[in-house]
Design a protein around this ligand. Structure first.
Ligand SMILES: [Zn+2]
Length: 195
């Protein structure tokens, strides 16, 4: 997978309506891509706050020296339905050290620990992994009462379900994936990039 394609896919997932400044929230004409060979590709400048950013700024992928393709592939493997995908397999597939693979998995799973949407959105593998992270008794009477109170007060927000847009459809994953698998990976990445 080429880095440009991975970046374009992540941008489409994170910013379906065009880039949004992660520092101040400005978008539209306030944001321009900085072109030229002296700049990193995918670098944007916000005219509101005068700060620069890329699609990974403010996400768990920020500051990573790993290629974007490695992150996409790791996310893809975590979303297979085969249970369980191991850190070893990710290590082998990406050609990174075990420690690196482990850290990637931790970062990705930490990012989806607050997922509260209807299950199963992600692969069973991820569900099994995130179960220990989830607050205990989240379907308890107390949490049900809280939800009921919020509904009565008009402050209840239903869990947002990321919509798959086909942003990853151009990418070649290993092993080749079904459409359903690619969509799961996209929703997963959507969650990772926006939380
Ligand atoms: Zn800004």
């Amino acid at each position: 997978m080429r880095t440009e394609d991975c970046r374009a896919a992540l941008e489409r997932i994170r910013w379906p309506d065009g880039p949004v400044c992660p520092h101040c929230g400005a978008s539209g004409r306030a944001v321009t891509e900085i072109g030229g060979t002296s700049h990193r590709p995918g670098l944007y400048l916000c005219s509101e706050c005068r700060k620069q950013f890329t699609v990974t700024v403010g996400t768990p992928l920020e500051g990573s020296k790993l290629p974007l393709a490695a992150w996409l592939q790791a996310a893809h493997m975590l979303n297979t339905l085969r249970n369980p995908v191991t850190v070893r397999e990710i290590e082998r597939e990406l050609g990174v050290t075990y420690k690196t693979a482990w850290h990637m998995v931790q970062k990705l799973l930490k990012a989806v620990e607050n997922y509260r949407g209807p299950l199963p959105l992600f692969g069973e593998t991820v569900q099994a992994h995130i179960e220990p992270f989830l607050p205990k008794h989240r379907n308890s009477r107390a949490s049900w009462a809280r939800r009921k109170a919020k509904k009565a007060a008009g402050t209840y927000k239903a869990p947002r379900v990321p919509v798959a847009t086909g942003a990853l459809s151009e990418l070649q994953f290993t092993p080749p994936a079904t459409n359903a698998h690619v969509e799961r990976t996209e929703r997963f990445l959507h969650w990772v990039l926006s939380h």
